[in-house]
Design a protein around this ligand. Structure first.
Ligand code: FBP
Length: 549
């Protein structure tokens, strides 16, 4: 593979490891844990892996050579910067336990395990991918591992390759599957440990012990760079309003972090829209008033950040989606046999009156998207809904009406952007490069400690990497019961934006000023080489969240 000068220099970067992981480690057990909610149900569903203790690694003064271990690794779900470094850290950790250890990558996501599609990851392959973005070393996919037949099929290849531990690198849905798989393999005595690693640019897989999912840091830095560039363009020509949709299927962490970094004129936070029980019209009116107020000052330009999950958080639309999910799950074949026009009529005639009204009020394209295939985990594919265009059109109409009423005298020209895929495979920032390597290396320590159903946890992330604390937390600890595909299922609870949390409160205290004045910040590109205050800073979200530590 031909490499640029930056890629060559970057390949030589040696990620930092927490001090405790540098030599031999010993696992120290903490308190037993319980799930975040629905304790009785989760305990009954996970009798073998519920209530396990937290684990912290400390230096081991009496190291012993370990036996060779064969391990499988899977990248699951959307790409996130740093995934390759998790695998590199895992590989180095396993080789440190015993040079004879082997690592196998299952190809194109969990489907590779079921289809017995794999390759051995040897040192030359690993070296090719150190500190690189992307998931192309082994590919990723969204196959949902949930059926006994899939687990049994997977076990056949694990046995054939002598694999005794499987590492699943994924988001909340994939780690939910990891927990189910761990429980099943434990229950049948398969002799295979399952370890999860917290991945997702969305930033919604976190709690006290998983301070952030990897990839969020790099992706938000990439988006903030381009938002900053747009803001500078916008402030130079002073003639456009830019409507920028940002990835983050459910939670608005990405939009919030980019707002904190760039200080745009408007940033909508879906969780707040839901908490205030706002309608789409309320959101439109809020934006239109900011546009009109700026026009009064002669400022006919600005930036609006929109989280891609917004539509799902508008309470009326959330209720509509919940009914559609059940309706479509129960009548999948009948619905699939209809033409698009018939499908619309079918939906309108089967929904309750309130939800049929909400459905009919949406532009046809958006309404149709809500009825199209869910991803394998049952999620509406919000990245395909053009919310940025929907909102700017509605704002344009509102402003025209305000003009007629003499409440608006400006000019409104809108540009649209969607930033998502641009950031998911970026070369990891120093933070993500170090964090991911540590998560992978730490996973090898969890394997050696003999545990299963645990997630790799590296914390105290605002300190220097050497001071990070490493260990593991039982995945069941993060679970609650939720309705999926019309049934109650155990799933990892998503961490949404906390409206009482410091990142949001900081934003809320500044947004009126940012709306009125032009306070743009232009963060510039990620820097990999240079002073720590330029290159090694974690996200502002993490910095505000960790202020007390
Ligand atoms: P994960 O939760 O799997 O990390 O993926 C998140 C995400 O990047 C969302 O931000 C986005 O809505 C979705 O993936 C897009 O999915 P796809 O890659 O299948 O188009």
């Amino acid at each position: 593979m031909k490499k640029s000068a930056l890629q060559k220099a970057r390949a030589a970067y040696q990620p930092k490891l927490p001090y405790a992981l540098k030599g031999a480690v010993k696992a120290v057990e903490g308190k037993p844990t319980q799930s975040v909610a629905n304790q009785e149900e989760i305990k009954a569903l996970f009798p073998n892996t519920y209530g396990l203790p937290e684990i912290t690694f400390e230096k081991n003064p009496n190291p012993q050579l370990g036996q060779p271990i064969n391990v499988g690794v899977i990248l699951s779900g959307g790409q996130a910067p740093g995934g390759h470094n998790v695998i590199c850290g895992l590989f180095d950790g396993l080789k440190k336990i015993n040079k004879g250890s082997k690592l196998y990558g299952f190809l194109m996501g969990p489907g590779g395990l079921v289809d017995h599609d794999y390759k051995e990851l040897t040192a030359d392959i690993i070296d090719e991918y150190r500190n690189t973005g992307g998931f192309d070393m082994i590919g990723s996919g969204r196959t949902k591992l949930e059926k006994k037949e899939q687990f049994d099929k997977g076990l056949e290849i694990l046995k054939e390759l002598g694999i005794t531990a499987l590492v699943i690198i994924g988001g909340d849905d994939s780690n939910t599957n990891a927990a189910v798989l761990a429980e099943y393999y434990k229950q049948i005595g398969a002799g295979v440990q399952v370890i999860g690693v917290p991945k997702t640019i969305d930033g919604d897989l976190k709690n006290n012990l998983i301070e952030t999912s990897f990839g969020f840091d790099t992706a938000t830095k990439v988006y903030s760079e381009v938002i900053g560039n747009i803001q500078r363009d916008c402030n130079s020509s002073k003639k456009y309003w830019h409507f920028i949709k940002l990835m983050g299927r459910s939670a608005s962490h990405i939009a919030l972090e980019c707002a904190l970094q760039c200080q745009p004129n408007v940033c909508i936070i879906s969780e707040e829209v839901e908490a205030k029980d706002q309608t789409l019209d309320d959101v439109v009116e809020y934006i239109a008033n900011i546009v009109a107020n700026r026009a009064d000052e002669g400022l006919n330009f600005g930036t609006v950040l929109i989280p891609e999950g917004l539509i799902e958080f508008i309470p009326a639309i959330k209720r509509l989606i919940a009914e559609l999910n059940d309706l479509l799950a129960a009548n999948a074949d009948e619905f699939a046999a209809l033409s698009p026009a018939e499908q619309r009529e079918w939906v309108l005639s089967h929904l309750s009156e309130e939800n049929a009204k909400a459905y009919a009020s949406l532009p046809e394209g958006v309404a149709r998207q809500l009825t199209l295939d869910r991803d394998p985990h049952g999620n509406v594919q919000v990245s395909l809904i053009e919310t940025e265009k929907l909102l700017s059109e509605m704002v344009g109409r509102k402003l025209a009406q305000m003009k007629e009423e003499g409440k608006y005298k400006g000019k409104f020209a809108a540009m649209h952007h969607f930033f998502g895929y641009e950031g998911r495979c970026a070369a990891p920032s120093n933070f993500d490069a170090d964090y991911c390597y540590a998560l992978g290396f730490n996973a090898s320590c969890l394997i050696r400690a003999g545990v299963t159903g645990y997630m790799s946890s590296v914390r105290d992330l605002c300190k220097r990497a050497e001071q990070w604390v490493a260990g593991g937390i039982p995945i069941t600890m993060m679970m609650n019961m939720e309705r999926r595909h019309g049934e109650m299922k155990p799933v990892i609870q998503k961490a949404l934006v906390d409206l009482n949390g410091r990142p949001f409160l900081k934003f809320a205290s500044k947004r009126d000023k940012w709306a009125k004045e032009t306070c743009y910040v232009y963060p510039g590109p990620i820097q990999y080489f240079g002073p720590a205050e330029v290159c090694d800073q974690p996200s502002l979200t993490l910095q505000y969240e960790q202020l007390d530590k």
